[in-house]
Design a protein around this ligand. Structure first.
Ligand code: URA
Length: 269
């Protein structure tokens, strides 16, 4: 077999594996029938997602900011900063020391994805894997989130993913009110810069923080709310879905409402 053919079959095997993972998520979410997705027309005016390579771009030197350290000990990556406004927010955030989470983190986990995404996911805060890699949702819960995104007919790089707090709370504890207060302005600015059509708040923490509403996630989920004029759908956090797979069906129902809102579900025939 030529090298070329070998590469082709490897790619095919990878696609088949991905398709199986996708089907497994749908099956575990109780989906018996796959809805017909609405594909964008070939000459779609939708701008393609920027190449993933954007994540590895080094940032220019940070702009002078009152809270930014004046030392040169700053090493930013371009993760999640694919537009001038996101870049400015990232620069302003800098090697942040605005709250006590700074002491225990390895990376500030800013966000990742398409700076012009119509769909944005907001989680709670980075865990160990995210802290190590500087990218949100890359651990087990992140892999499930990626499958959920793909089941909705998007690629991970089509959407934007961020968290309420940008630094890992020690031992994965919940972020505390002063930490959220220090970090939320950056999330608010990210949302304004991206201007998504829909935000999906993942879990109690993101939903309650964004909505300033202490109602349990079991009551908030599946109902449209608004965050600064952007439609917001709360649903279960993927980490909770890993622990309670029987709840995946409800999460899938919530995501289908989002797909419908974004014109991604064909009407039933
Ligand atoms: N959980 C979150 O809420 N965010 C992450 O980035 C990873 C896990």
């Amino acid at each position: 077999m030529s090298k070329h053919v070998g590469q082709g079959s490897e790619e095919l095997a990878a696609v088949a594996e991905e398709a199986l993972r996708h089907l497994a998520w749908l099956r575990s979410a109780g989906v018996a029938e796959v809805p017909e997705p609405v594909l964008p027309p070939p000459s779609s005016s939708v701008e393609p997602a920027p190449p993933r390579a954007i994540r590895a771009e080094p940032l220019p030197a940070p702009a002078a900011s009152p809270a930014a350290p004046s030392t040169g000990a700053y090493s930013l990556t371009g993760k999640g900063c694919g537009s001038p406004s996101l870049l400015a927010i990232r620069r302003d955030l800098g090697e942040c020391t605005r709250c006590k989470l700074a002491g225990g983190r390895t990376h500030v986990v800013f966000g990742v994805g398409n700076p012009r995404a119509e769909l944005m996911f907001v989680g709670e805060g980075p865990g160990a894997d995210e802290d190590a890699q500087g990218e949100p949702f890359v651990g087990k819960a992140g892999q499930l989130l990626t499958r959920m995104i793909e089941a909705m007919g998007f690629r991970r790089e089509d959407v934007y993913i961020a968290n309420v707090v940008k630094c890992r709370p020690p031992g994965n504890r919940n972020p505390e009110p002063d930490e959220i207060e220090a970090c939320e302005p950056f999330l608010r600015q990210q949302i304004a810069a991206i201007s998504p059509k829909v935000i999906v708040a993942l879990g109690k923490f993101a939903a309650q923080t964004l909505l300033r509403d202490p109602t349990p996630i079991t009551k908030l989920r599946g109902r449209w709310s608004s965050y600064g004029g952007v439609k917001l759908m709360p649903t279960f956090h993927p980490a909770y879905l890993l622990r309670s797979p029987e709840e995946k069906k409800k999460a899938w129902e919530d995501l289908q409402l989002v797909m419908k809102e974004l014109g991604r579900l064909a009407p039933r025939r």
